[in-house]
Design a protein around this ligand. Structure first.
Ligand SMILES: Cc1cc2nc3c(=O)[nH]c(=O)nc-3n(C[C@H](O)[C@H](O)[C@H](O)COP(=O)(O)OP(=O)(O)OC[C@H]3O[C@@H](n4cnc5c(N)ncnc54)[C@H](O)[C@@H]3O)c2cc1C
Length: 295
């Protein structure tokens, strides 16, 4: 089994910031990422609250800068999904599909996963027309896209996609729950239609290309056709790979200074890049002190 000093699970802003700060202390962490470095930030249309960018910065551009900085520091990312973690004999065993690693310090920076559309049956032929992140539609142009949701992500996705597509937001609530400035921008965008108190009750594959959504609304039953459906109805912490037994040990391990949960995975509704980055730097500073103490 490979032995590491520090393992970071997740290469989003939180994991990357931890690695960058650890490098400053001469510590080389192993970062394990199942998809792509940058995490959820790939989906952000315009980040306007990250200091240093007076005119805002797109999520993908900010990811590019993070990864360039990591590259300059020789921080590599191992592509794999962590599927299990155990704490035995004073250290962690981190399991991926092909490898197992032992480490004395573990950082869990796995962010969130989308809430799934469980109340609807998605016909097999429509599955590739439905997604949960705007990243999956980044190449799509000239399409008609429906977005389910009424919060920041739904409106941010709509503004992003409306540059090259026609977008309809279907919100089952009776008002938008997004930042007022996103709402104002969406109202001004000619390519965005907003429907509230509109609940999708059926997804149908009919004779037309794309998918049909049967909806209930105050105006009665409605049907919408779209080329794609993007679901943005909430996110929950990504902790599926940790067992109940491990989660029960977690608080004690955090108190010992060997386990860190950082960024969106633990920040509830306060999910922002700068908070995730701050968590990462703080964790790295604590890890450095801990490793010095036990050396
Ligand atoms: C539409 C949208 C707009 C946004 N706009 C802004 C904004 O304007 N300003 C702002 O500050 N923030 C914004 N955010 C939020 C920002 O993207 C997040 O707060 C930030 O990405 C959180 O970083 P993180 O590292 O905690 O988690 P994430 O970015 O979610 O990264 C977690 C990483 O862990 C990986 N992972 C998960 N499980 C495993 C596993 N088992 N094994 C290996 N890897 C795993 C994931 O693949 C992912 O790459 C926006 C988000 C969205 C969706």
């Amino acid at each position: 089994m490979k032995a590491e000093q520090v393992i970071i699970v997740g290469a989003g802003p939180a994991g990357m910031a931890t690695a960058i700060q650890l490098k400053r202390y001469g510590i080389n962490p192993l970062i394990i990422e199942r998809l792509r470095a940058g995490g959820l930030l790939w989906n952000a249309n315009l980040v306007e609250n990250y200091p240093g960018f007076p005119n805002g910065v797109t999520g993908p551009r900010l990811v590019g800068l993070f990864t360039r900085q990591a590259g300059n520091l020789d921080i590599g990312v191992t592509q794999a999904e962590v599927i299990d973690v155990n704490f035995t004999d004073g250290s962690f065993v981190v399991q991926t599909a092909h490898d197992a690693y032992r480490t004395c310090v573990l950082v869990v920076a796995t962010g969130t996963r989308p809430v799934s559309l469980t109340h609807l049956v998605v016909p097999k032929g429509l599955r590739e027309r439905m997604c949960y992140e705007v990243y999956d539609l980044r190449q799509v142009e000239g399409a008609c896209i429906a977005i389910l949701g009424g919060g920041d992500a739904a409106f941010d996705y709509a503004l992003n996609l409306s540059r090259k597509n026609r977008v309809t937001i279907l919100n089952r609530g009776d008002q938008p729950k997004c930042l007022p400035l996103l709402w104002e921008r969406a109202q001004k965008a000619t390519n965005i239609t907003y429907c509230e108190r509109t609940q999708v009750v059926g997804l149908i594959q009919d004779d037309l290309p794309g998918l049909r959504m049967d909806c209930q609304s105050p105006a009665g039953e409605l049907q919408f056709h779209a080329d794609y459906l993007l679901v943005a109805i909430g996110r929950v912490p990504q902790l599926d790979f940790l067992s109940e037994t491990f989660l029960q040990q977690a608080i004690a391990l955090e108190e010992q200074g060997v386990l860190y949960r950082i960024g969106d995975v633990k920040n509830g509704i306060f999910r922002q890049t700068s908070i995730a980055v701050g968590d990462g730097v703080l964790a790295a500073m604590k890890i450095y002190r801990y490793l010095k103490e036990i050396a």
